[in-house]
Design a protein around this ligand. Structure first.
Ligand code: ALA
Length: 407
């Protein structure tokens, strides 16, 4: 396993709160010093705009911004020019949904899955409401993964796009992404595919080229980066076919003609001054991950998943219900459960009083909870700074809650 105590020194929050047990990294990951420093350097040493100025300060800002783009593109197997900065994953998904809106009519269908979080559910539902296209929801397997054939059964000649998550933010189970894309293409080669990689990035490798997806999206803040920055990457042809929905400064070659002529990717989709510090911070976050090594991170998180599964069962036996797979190796650092006799909100509040942060509720995934017949669950998510000592404290906190509730 990784030396999480050594790694905790990289995260300034732990010098402010040395006893913090942070088990909510799937909501947002903590920020390493090198990310904060990179952003601080931009704001204090070269806070110029990008892509516009001809003076040295602006050239330095543009270079740092584009270097970050290259780092991120390489990390996900995308072309830098097909790696677009957005505000977050939700913004990226809405750019795609709005960008294909003109092509949809009541003759078309859009497919999502029942395990999506609201960000990869509502933009598509709204798109269908506006265009009259049919909104279809493919089911998931009991282990919390997506099954290629189940998704493909919802796809037919009418299907314009399928959007699905690589990892559900509730189940935490990694789905067979390349096989799902193949099954969709076998049913309809014209169907676009969007993969929401929010809960996979930074935990396991991403290769958009090997997946053969048209689009992938993720948020920077879940991968040690700052808030307010996300990425939409994909195939050039698919990105170029999107109607730019955020036109304005930086996107146009000829604004004066009746038919404005727009720039090439990625600028045509990045209207307005971008989140420059955010992009630079996200680049530093990817450098941080590369410095540790994705394979070591994967092994560390798998060991923690094994540890927590065993500890929960040992302490709570048949009163604990872990959602999804029993194989901790298939998880990307997320485990969700319910405990008989205790409401997840009460659990989270009691743990919170002891400095232990977990997430409780529907986790912005109401359709999934409805599908499972559950009102709410408790979610624990880990990262490089998490160790078995954090899990021991979680279990002690849960034991305390159990005593308080006399269950
Ligand atoms: N989607 C984020 C989560 O799962 C906010 O917590």
């Amino acid at each position: 396993m990784l030396d999480n105590h050594r790694l905790r020194e990289d995260f300034p929050i732990f010098s402010h709160q040395p006893n913090l047990v942070y088990l909510d990294s799937a909501a947002t990951a903590l920020k390493p010093r090198m990310v904060i420093d990179a952003m601080h350097r931009y704001y204090s040493e070269y806070p110029a705009n990008v892509g516009r100025g001809l003076y040295p300060l602006a050239a330095r800002a543009t270079k740092a911004f584009e270097t970050a783009r290259n780092t991120i593109a390489q990390f996900i197997g995308a072309e830098p020019t097909a790696t677009v900065f957005t505000a977050n994953a939700t913004h990226a998904i809405n750019l795609v949904a709005l960008g294909i809106e003109e092509t949809l009519s009541p003759k078309h269908s859009v497919v999502v899955t029942a395990l999506e979080h609201h960000s990869n559910y509502l933009p598509w539902k709204e798109l269908c409401r506006r265009t009259g296209a049919t909104f279809r929801t493919a089911s998931f397997a009991p282990d919390g993964s997506l099954d290629p054939e189940t998704i493909a059964r919802s796809v037919d000649a009418s299907t314009t796009i399928v959007a699905f998550s690589a990892v559900s933010n509730v189940f935490g189970v990694v789905s067979p992404i390349a096989a799902i894309v193949r099954a969709i293409r076998a049913k309809n080669p014209q169907t676009l595919v969007l993969v929401d990689a929010c809960q996979l990035i930074g935990h396991q490798p991403i290769d958009i080229t090997a997946w053969d997806a048209d689009f992938i999206v993720f948020s920077g803040h879940k991968v040690f980066g700052p808030t307010g920055i996300g990425v939409l990457a994909g195939k050039r042809a698919a990105l170029l076919a999107l109607s730019p929905m955020n036109v304005g400064g930086g996107t146009v070659l000829d604004a004066c003609s009746d038919q404005p002529k727009y720039k090439d990717l990625p600028e045509n989709l990045e209207g307005g001054t971008p989140n420059i510090a955010g992009a630079i911070g996200l680049g530093a976050a990817i450098d941080y991950i590369n410095g540790i090594g994705l394979e070591l991170i994967r092994e560390h998180e798998a060991a923690l998943m094994q540890y927590i599964s065993t500890a929960l069962k040992r302490s709570f036996g048949s009163a604990v219900h872990i959602i999804g797979t029993t194989d901790p190796n298939r998880r990307a650092g997320i485990i969700t459960f319910s405990l008989e006799g205790m409401h997840p909100h009460d659990i989270a509040e009691i743990l919170g009083e002891s400095g232990i942060a977990v997430r409780a509720g529907e986790h912005c995934a109401a359709p999934l909870h409805r599908h499972l017949g559950l009102a709410a669950t408790t979610r624990v998510s880990v990262s490089v700074y998490t160790g078995t000592d954090d899990i021991d404290q979680l279990i002690a906190g849960l034991e305390k809650a159990k005593t308080l509730f006399r269950v």
